[in-house]
Design a protein around this ligand. Sequence first.
Ligand code: XMP
Length: 556
Amino acid sequence: MVDTATDTSASADRIRASGDSEVATYLEIAERREPGQVLTPAPNAPESVVVLDYGSQFSMLIARRIREASVYSELIPWDTEPEKLNHLNVKGFVLSGGPASVYAEGAPQLPDWVVATGLPILGICYGMQLLAHKLGGSVEPATSREFGHAILEVGEASSDLFHELPGSMPVWMSHGDRIERLPAGFRSIAQSQNAPIAAMADDAGHYGIQFHPEVVHTPQGDQVIRNFLFEVAGCAGDWTASSFVDESVEAIRKSVGDGKVICALSGGVDSAVAAALVHRAVGDQLTCIFVDNALLRLGEPERVVNTFREQMKINLLHVDARDRFMRELAEVTAPETKRVRIGETFIRVFEAEAQKLGQVDFIAQGTTYPDVIESASTGSNAAAKIKTHHNVGGLPKDMQFTLIEPLRNLFKDEVRRVGKELGLSDEMVYRQPFPGPGLAIRVIGEVTLDKLDVLRRADWIVMDEIKKADLYYDLWQSFAVLTNTATVGVQGDYRTYGHLIALRVVTAEDAMTADWARLPYDLLANISNRITNEVPEVNRVVYDITSKPPGTIEWE
Ligand code: XMP
């Protein structure tokens, strides 16, 4: 571990001795720094390493890799104010890659305050260039760009970053610019064929690497990240599902006091885990409200009531709001309008139910990290908005409850671990995700009761066959989509003009990327046969072979 206070001034002396005037700002900042001056973590704030987002498609993966090493991490826009980090005990920063060039007009910058904390910094790709640029080095367009696999030669000068790693290893590169001149106080610690300075370090815990350690194509990337966390930043690595539960329970208790909480229960993993967590924190102060919005899968309402009311002994209200949702969705065809209408109606139904419960102060929801990022509500101006996930963007502005989102910073696999920690069954915790707007975004075009009925029966067959084939838990999601295309068929010697069902079956690690599952042909044949036989309104079944990107998992 680096003693950053001492080493920063040692490094400053060296920089001063080099007489480089461009680094004056860095020196001033570093010397003005007093411990605790820049960041003031709240008591008991969890140890964390913050990823500053410069718009790379892999930014989120970096945070994920850090958490896999049991260190809590959040991805935040690069221009976030330091005051927004007081809920964290920051041990270091990672600067993500990004599409910009450091010299381009309006290129995202490395904020002064980050350097002024004196904490370790790991710049990845654009992040490395930014660090070099900020501290007085120079970055130029490379004569030949480097995309894809490369071999990294770790130099003689060993460094904590490459602790226990071989002298030569495969890495994944994706850069056009490269470091031409190191900032004073830095040394090159690795090279590749097209980047003589493929990694750099100073003695103050500042590191830059041109390759991407977060992607699977850098097989030893995990070790590089772990080295930064434990050898450089001195993290303890004690962030686990159980510490998360303890911290959350405490935080929920504190913010709820003796208030009343209702929870939007959909039957999916996320809301189930959120409910269980809030129940652990405040017990009977929680009432779960399960709204039948007419957009649920076959048998789902009965399953939810049984699990939560009978098994988990949680207060549960079962509200039949099917007519109201169908009225709101009448003639709506635009996916985003569906989401917003459903989100708003959801909350209105809650409000009505809540009134019956007397004073209700909070609403708990199972929003997870991918929901937040995909709705681009981290505030990062680098990420593009893909869809409004209804439990984030669709909330009405005049909502009367304070929102509790205990899973807001968790990836799906982390949500599952927390669910297990809370004692939920495998069946509940490992079930495939189901979107908040339900079947409405799987009926393409206008949603009607008839179409929902067709989709529900087809969807049930997909699930049944997938389970029988023992593939349910290996797949991220497997479901049917009712397209708004009618096709001609021949069924029982008659011409039919019926519905086209699309199968969407994907594998994924998290919902940020996905691939279509290579299902056995016989299984596809069974599903198709059963649907066209058992759901007579359907005369054709197709299989969606699109990965994400470019497609999304849901069709709308
Ligand atoms: P997409 O379709 O964006 O889906 O690739 C990624 C994951 O999110 C689920 N999904 C939603 N979940 N509200 C939700 O709660 C929504 O509006 C929503 N849209 C998509 C989807 O099922 C997949 O798991």
